[in-house]
Design a protein around this ligand. Structure first.
Ligand SMILES: Cc1cc2nc3c(=O)[nH]c(=O)nc-3n(C[C@H](O)[C@H](O)[C@H](O)COP(=O)(O)O)c2cc1C
Length: 331
């Protein structure tokens, strides 16, 4: 069993320490472990060029990104692993952009519903299936690291890390909100934090190889959402429901006599969370139906849109100069 640890923080600083502590414990529990620090890697953003979809549509076994940079090292290591532990710093209340760049370039192009549907098609045509690593169940653990003392300065940290799970239907077994590092100084001065990191690493190692429904371990605070265990909520449906924006599931909120909020999510909703197969298929069909609506609309309006688009395709400054000249002439 292989566990990959990725640190998006500075070398030998907090993310590295916590991620490595988790990997040391995972190794003790029998895992082969690999560690990558991304700080000096160039990982550009997704350019939406669709090259990855073309790899899939033309029958390749592997799906790659057109841009060659640090991404390929992470891609190869992730493909190989059976479990992953990610430690990343909070920058401007959310997770550092480099993490999101990796997520955007790997995850949507490896969406499990798309992979399974493509494989069904290939099976029927007797063509080679996509790389089996893309349909491997994986366990994960997340560590968000922030300097601020006030928790609200890291509010999007852990929720954003969990976005890594859903396209590949991964199951998280715990997370750590390591904020207040400015006062802690070093994670090495916080025995509880170090122990929780070790517990997280061991939990990932012990989960690997087991079916998802047999693993109910959770390391860290239980949170309000029973699926991702985050505390982030949106108010939806005219104030009638709450939504976990990470999992895309609806729940009910009320305030008890003690003034405390009570939030519940039905079993049915939990089963359609974004990181489950039904959840990821919901989005797959949503996209398919979107295409059915959008393509005929664009075809029917092609000439009119071509004409209207001139203004937007033209040189922007020239268009503004034209507008100013027209306004002056009207005066
Ligand atoms: C550009 C930038 C923005 C930051 N924004 C926040 C923030 O909003 N909230 C917070 O708690 N810490 C913030 N920090 C502090 C880092 O999260 C903190 O230094 C963390 O320890 C970095 O991880 P590392 O030590 O593994 O490199 C920021 C740091 C940088 C460089």
């Amino acid at each position: 069993m292989k566990i990959l640890g990725i640190s998006f923080g500075r070398r030998n600083e907090r993310c590295d320490i916590l991620c490595k502590e988790a990997l040391f414990a995972a190794h003790k529990a029998g895992a082969d472990v690999k560690f990558i620090n991304t700080m000096r890697m160039e990982i550009t953003h997704c350019h939406a060029c669709d090259y990855c979809s073309r790899c899939r549509d033309r029958g390749d076994v592997d799906i790659h990104c057109a841009f060659k940079d640090g991404y390929q090292e992470l891609e190869a290591a992730f493909d190989e692993c059976d479990g992953v532990i990610i430690a990343a710093p909070v920058y401007a209340v959310g997770i550092v952009g480099q993490f999101k760049n990796f997520l955007d370039r790997y995850m949507p192009s490896h969406d499990r519903a798309n992979i399974l549907e493509e494989n069904k098609k290939r099976s029927a045509e007797g063509k080679p299936l996509l790389n089996p690593n893309y349909t491997k169940d994986r366990y994960c653990g997340y560590i968000s690291v922030g300097g601020a003392q006030s928790h609200h300065w890291v509010s999007m940290g852990l929720p954003m890390l969990h976005l890594f799970s859903f396209s590949q239907c991964m199951k998280a077994v715990g997370h750590i909100d390591a904020y207040d590092q400015g006062r802690t100084g070093s994670p090495l001065l916080d025995d509880k934090l170090m122990q929780t990191s070790a517990d997280l690493g061991r939990a990932v190692a012990e989960a690997i190889g087991k079916p998802y429904d047999e693993v109910n371990t959770w390391v860290g605070p239980k949170g309000v959402c029973p699926v991702c265990h985050n505390d982030l909520l949106m108010i939806e449906n005219d104030g009638k429901d709450v939504l976990c924006p990470v999992c895309g599931i609806y729940g009910k909120a009320s305030v008890g006599a003690d003034g405390k909020m009570n939030v519940t999510f039905s079993e049915e909703e939990q089963k359609r969370a974004r990181n489950t197969l039904p959840g990821i298929y919901e989005h797959h069909y949503e996209i398919k139906n979107m295409i059915k609506v959008c393509v005929p609309k664009l075809m029917a309006n092609k000439e009119m849109l071509d004409e209207k688009m001139k203004k937007y395709r033209n040189d922007f400054d020239a268009e503004i100069a034209k507008m100013d000249a027209e306004a002056k002439a009207e005066q």
